[in-house]
Design a protein around this ligand. Structure first.
Ligand SMILES: Nc1ncnc2c1ncn2[C@@H]1O[C@H](COP(=O)(O)OP(=O)(O)OP(=O)(O)O)[C@@H](O)[C@H]1O
Length: 278
């Protein structure tokens, strides 16, 4: 069957009862998003929402449009069509720094850290947007700048404790195994104290133990800080275990949307994705 002939996607249900956790109102509402690059249609008429405190996963085969969707959410890509409402307000042209200022943080498919810098300093870069004192004030070490610096360091140390990476805090990131680098990247995102966290394949390339650790941290972030999480992940076991709701893309179109059990039972999803060995 051609993808275009596929029946209508399964519609999302109210997720309030899904995990026993407190799921709130819609914080992000994506309506009829279409994005193309020249002749390539990366996203076609995609609509879905994200509710406060939920873990919302985006899955789909390679090239389905998942990363493009995250890039739309944090203002890296600007869709040609559609509306984006964040906390009830329609966003016009959004740039990544504006998304960050609104409390949206993200990690990347390919780790984007400063490899020669220590874990501590990398996580500190996540505080940049929160720093009010300029460089000059810091250089002169005035009282206010000093107080601010201490407050940032305290926050960074909290993140380091939370992620259980105290013993590598002074280690250059480039010297760490891949799984720990991914954890540091999560740390940098957390240092920004986001209310919406976008995670692009946080478990890619990890062994089973590292994946378990990362799952635990994602669940703890969601649970302890109440952070809303949008997650792209290829590991179906992980996705189905930790997500409140899952949206499924295929060739830039939405073919499924619902709680894990609904998505698992969706014939189109099975055909397009779960039945294949991605
Ligand atoms: N900057 C870009 N310029 C041109 N084409 C792009 C760009 N970004 C994405 N695309 C195209 O859009 C489509 C969707 O890509 P995207 O990376 O969003 O998919 P994905 O689902 O994240 O894939 P993967 O699982 O492999 O990361 C692909 O055909 C890709 O080649």
């Amino acid at each position: 069957m051609m993808m275009n002939d596929m029946p209508q996607a399964v519609q999302a249900q109210e997720p309030t009862q899904v995990s026993g956790r407190r799921i709130g109102d819609v914080v992000l509402d994506l309506q009829n998003i279409s994005l193309s690059f020249g002749g390539v249609k990366a996203l076609t008429n995609i609509s879905f929402d994200v509710r406060e405190h939920e873990i919302r996963s985006i899955i789909g085969p390679n090239g389905a449009g998942k990363s493009s969707m995250l890039n739309v959410i944090n203002g890296v890509y600007h869709p040609q069509e559609g509306r984006i409402l964040f906390r009830g307000e329609e966003r016009r042209r959004m740039e990544p720094h504006m998304a960050a200022a609104q409390g949206i943080a993200r990690t990347f498919q390919n780790i984007a850290l400063f490899k020669g810098m220590s874990v501590l300093d990398n996580i500190m870069t996540g505080r940049n947007l929160k720093m009010k004192c300029g460089l000059l004030a810091h250089a002169l070490y005035w009282g206010r700048a000093q107080k601010e610096e201490i407050a940032h360091r305290v926050k960074v140390e909290e993140v380091i404790d939370f992620l259980e990476i105290q013993d590598i805090r002074k280690t250059p990131v480039g010297a760490l195994p891949y799984g720990l680098q991914k954890r540091v990247e999560l740390g940098r995102a957390l240092a920004a104290e986001p209310n919406l966290l976008l995670l692009d394949e946080p478990m890619a390339g990890m062994n089973v133990e590292e994946k378990q650790d990362m799952c635990r941290f994602i669940l703890d972030v969601n649970d302890q800080f109440g952070t809303t999480i949008v997650l792209i992940e290829h590991d179906m076991g992980v996705v189905m275990d930790i997500s409140d709701r899952v949206v499924v893309l295929d060739y830039g179109k939405k073919i499924g949307d619902g709680v894990p059990d609904e998505v698992r039972a969706n014939e189109d999803v099975i055909r397009a994705y779960l039945g294949t060995s991605h």
